[in-house]
Design a protein around this ligand. Structure first.
Ligand SMILES: Cc1ncc(COP(=O)(O)O)c(C=O)c1O
Length: 393
């Protein structure tokens, strides 16, 4: 490891607080280091490996497509892009997809689409975008401008103009902030990087109603919640409302880089030729991988199994709260977190790594769990047992 970390120190920008671990292989729910040690992975590359590492169907799709055609750019037609767009559209709320390479880029597209539509409907004035405090939408300047976390925004000011923020689940604040100058409401149905906070159904319903009242687009950032993470294909399905635009990335390509912005039929043609683009976006290889991911997620019973194992995990975490070991357990499906009474989350993550279990903390007091959706109850129980012992100190 020391040769590797030395090279990182010398040649790679230090933008990540990396854990002292390096991996050379992944299979199912396990990562393997150079010494052959297996680590139970309950982070899934921050929800990019929803099917586990190197799922055979994803690997086969990548091999086959890479051997035939890697990419051509978007001046030409390729079959996998059309097929994946159809899968996304037909399994969500219809409409058309723009493909990019990441979650931030998927949100950039949504923001540009909303700004263009707003301008068409209300001129210069209709350009404001409302997002939620503590949300996370990416690190590019537009997605950062929507990411209402002062520590992440401060060093890069001035941000883009026209972004306002309201607290999550505060319907009165949202109502007060909404006006006819708003072109979009952008939110995560479950705040992920902010610490796994599901939005209340009543708040989402109010967001839908207020967006309609002010002719603003309701945009759901499902970059982390999408692709089965919450026990449904998309998290909006839990709320009984449908957004106008949805962004996807992370696990869409089975850990290959891809982003997607789905616009409902009424908004599917807002962006025309020359309005937006990406050289790599929607390349045949990540799209072929995405088709394989859909194939697995849509197998009968797969998502019900995710929901059932999510319930098992959440009730075990709630048990830790009842034992007084954590303050709160929360989340939905296999997107879960516990809140600690003291700032000791980083220490617990290190202890877990020593025990060959990979978990993550979103703050000093929040532990987050994003296991592969194929993790079984035995693996979940192993993590619970580790937590119980570690938290008892
Ligand atoms: C909800 C959400 N949106 C956007 C992003 C940004 O995605 P990317 O890192 O692929 O740009 C993330 C990444 O964690 C995310 O969780």
């Amino acid at each position: 490891m020391s040769g590797l970390t030395d090279k990182y120190q010398k040649y790679v920008m230090g933008t990540y607080a990396r854990q002292p671990a390096g991996f050379i292989r992944g299979e199912g729910c396990y990562l393997y280091d150079a010494g052959g040690e297996a680590y139970l992975d309950f982070v899934s590359g921050l929800s990019i490996n929803n099917l586990g590492h190197c799922h055979p169907a994803v690997v086969a799709a990548i091999h086959e497509q890479a051997a035939a055609l890697i990419n051509t750019c978007n001046l030409y037609y390729t079959e996998p892009q059309a097929e994946l767009a159809q899968l996304i559209s037909e399994n969500a709320f219809g409409g058309k997809v723009f493909f990019s390479n990441s979650g931030a880029e998927a949100n950039e597209c949504a923001i540009k689409l909303a700004r263009k539509l707003g301008r068409e409907q209300g001129g210069d004035a209709k350009h404001r975008i409302i997002s939620l405090e503590n949300g996370f939408h990416g690190r590019t300047m537009a997605s950062l401008s929507a990411t209402a976390q002062p520590a992440k925004q401060e060093p890069f000011k001035p941000l883009l103009p026209g972004f306002s923020y309201v607290p999550r689940n505060d319907i009165a604040a949202l109502e007060a902030a909404m006006d006819d100058d708003v072109c979009a409401l952008l939110l995560e149905p479950v705040q992920g990087e902010g610490g796994v906070y599901p939005l209340e159904a009543s708040f989402l319903a109010a967001a839908r109603e207020l967006a309609d009242r002010h002719r603003a687009l309701l945009v759901f950032d499902e970059v982390q919640t999408g692709m089965g993470r919450t026990g449904r294909l998309f998290a909006y399905e839990h709320a009984g409302i449908v957004p106008d635009v949805m962004t996807l990335a992370k696990s869409l390509g089975g850990a290959m880089p891809i982003g997607a912005t789905l616009a409902a039929p009424d908004y599917a043609d807002v962006l025309g030729p020359g309005m937006h683009g990406s050289t790599f976006g929607g390349g045949p290889v990540p799209c072929a991988a995405g088709m394989a991911v859909f194939g697995e997620l849509l197998k009968p019973g797969f998502l019900d199994g995710v929901a059932a194992r999510g319930d098992h995990f959440l009730s075990a975490l709630t048990g830790l709260a009842e034992e007084g070991l954590v303050v709160e357990a929360r989340g939905i499906g296999l997107m879960l977190a516990v809140e600690l009474d003291e700032p000791k989350a980083a220490g617990i993550v290190s202890q877990a790594l020593d025990r060959k279990i990979i978990i993550n903390n979103t703050s000093d007091t929040t532990l987050r769990f994003l296991p592969p959706l194929i993790a079984d109850e035995g693996m979940i129980d192993q993590v619970i047992e580790f937590l119980r012992n570690a938290l008892r100190g």
